[in-house]
Design a protein around this ligand. Sequence first.
Ligand code: SAM
Length: 257
Amino acid sequence: MTRIFLPPEQLTSDTITITGENARHLALVLRIQPGEQIIIFDGQGFRYQCIVEAVHKKEIAAKIISKAPYSVESPISITLAQGLPKADKMDFIVQKATEFGVRRIVPLVTERSQVRHTHKRERWRKIARSASEQSGRDRVPDIEHPVELKEYLEQTITALAKGYIEDIKGVRLDPEACIILSEGSRERHLKDVLRDFTREHHFTVLVGPEGGFAGEEIHAAVEKGFIEVSLGPRILRTETAPLAALSIIQYELGDMG
Ligand code: SAM
């Protein structure tokens, strides 16, 4: 069934009007017809079953027939901090990381990033929204502005010093599970490191761009409390590494299996 997001303030009466991009997509791409049912998520943990009453190119009228709490959100809160890759690889990473259930994506500018400035945040937010709809998620991950790795490490340290960070629901989480993926690290494997953590922790996973992290960057992260981990003996591409890490975390502590 077709799924879309609408903010809760647009879902206050029994009859709703869908406009903008959602209306165009439903009317012109999916060719939705009166009488068909759609599911609307409010991004706040509720799902509305609706029946379409009228379809125009720019506006769709629908009636809410039921509202119920609903969540397929992972029990683990994960931030993916990804070294900015070239071309449209970040589109792929945002889409797939959303499917894997991450709560937040931070594009990182690192020493070896070949892309240093970008105005793609809005595009990535749209990709995350559409991947959330497609995968039936009831929340859309936050996509942050690109940030220099150094600054990001400082922000994380402030959170560590405070003793907690807050997830999108404002829930306080233990911020200790900060991980930096490094193909040079042979000593600690992600799977082994996860034994020291539970799903109550907030996980932050740092992934390098195509050229990897510089030695000093790994050193700086480790000094600030990040754990350097390996995903095994083979070097994975920058767009493969986060997906491998997310699969392992969700399998070991989350809801994949
Ligand atoms: N520096 C390498 C080079 O150019 O040959 C490759 C960097 S790799 C393509 C990009 C990022 O993926 C790395 O910085 C690391 O974060 C992650 N990565 C890839 N393979 C990994 C592995 N086997 N273990 C841990 N991290 C890995």
